[in-house]
Design a protein around this ligand. Structure first.
Ligand code: JDQ
Length: 238
């Protein structure tokens, strides 16, 4: 997979691509990530990339010129694949685990990040971008959102995680929150590890964990339970 990030602040996200799961995936050649600065495509002597909104109002708006030129520059390096253009905004389609799974099958993502300002509407229209929101809260720029999206996509690439099964096992992938985990010592500050986990009875452990997953999901995220497959228990209350 190839990922290009168009941003005014490449230095704010570049370090992220060299550590942890994403860093290892880059090292292993599973993905290449590069940043391009819109500023390098400004045409006036002040290197402007944004301007005041027509109709008035606060803030600045990213201009079409530098954004379309940066896109053309990045996509000129195209071989045979078509890039999926993504714009991160609070108005976009909500990011979910299934959207991440879908995006992880695309060979090439181009991610547009605004900062302080919004995008001129014609960028959305003319560039055929997919507008995505990381959630119903506001961060100050697309960079923070891009890091979330890129991390979520890259860890799904085959070979990115040590244990392939950990992807299927985790929260959301199966529609339930994760069960609680414990490690040594068996007792810490008077708090004990649940006896069942020390029993060595793997069937009992699996049953306990599933019960914990259901309990947690019902109490913390009842909205997630609606999607659970209840065909095996006839929809009985948990
Ligand atoms: C930008 C801002 C008030 C935008 C500027 C560019 N899900 C999600 N939350 N926040 C964003 C996405 C996001 C993405 C890009 C951004 C926020 N801002 C700040 C402030 C209204 C709109």
């Amino acid at each position: 997979m190839r990922i290009d990030v168009l941003t005014l602040f490449p230095e704010s996200i570049e370090p992220f691509f060299s550590v942890s799961i994403v860093g290892r995936a880059v090292e292993a050649g599973l993905v290449s990530v590069s940043c391009v600065n819109f500023r390098d495509f400004a045409t006036d002597k002040h290197r402007s990339v944004d301007d005041r909104p027509f109709g008035g109002g606060p803030g600045m708006v990213l201009m079409c010129g530098p954004v379309f030129d940066a896109l053309a520059h990045v996509e000129r390096q195209a071989s045979d694949t078509v890039p999926t253009r993504i714009m991160l905004t609070p108005q976009g389609e909500p990011l979910t685990q299934s959207l991440l799974v879908e995006l992880s099958t695309h060979p090439w993502l181009v991610v547009l990040c605004g900062h302080y300002e919004g995008f001129d509407e014609r960028i959305r229209q003319g560039a055929g971008v997919r507008e995505i929101s990381i959630g119903d809260y506001v961060v100050s720029g697309g960079e923070a959102a891009a890091v979330v999206l890129i991390d979520g996509v890259v860890r799904l690439l085959p070979g990115a995680l040590g244990h392939e099964c950990s992807v299927v096992d985790e929260s959301f992938a199966g529609g339930l929150l994760e069960y609680p985990q414990y490690t040594r010592p068996r007792e810490f500050g008077g708090m004990k590890v649940p006896e069942v986990l020390l029993s060595g009875n793997h069937a009992e452990i699996a049953a306990w964990r599933l019960a914990q997953m259901r309990e947690r999901t019902i109490s913390r995220r009842p909205d997630l339970m609606m999607g659970e497959d209840r065909s095996s228990d006839g929809g009985a209350p948990n």
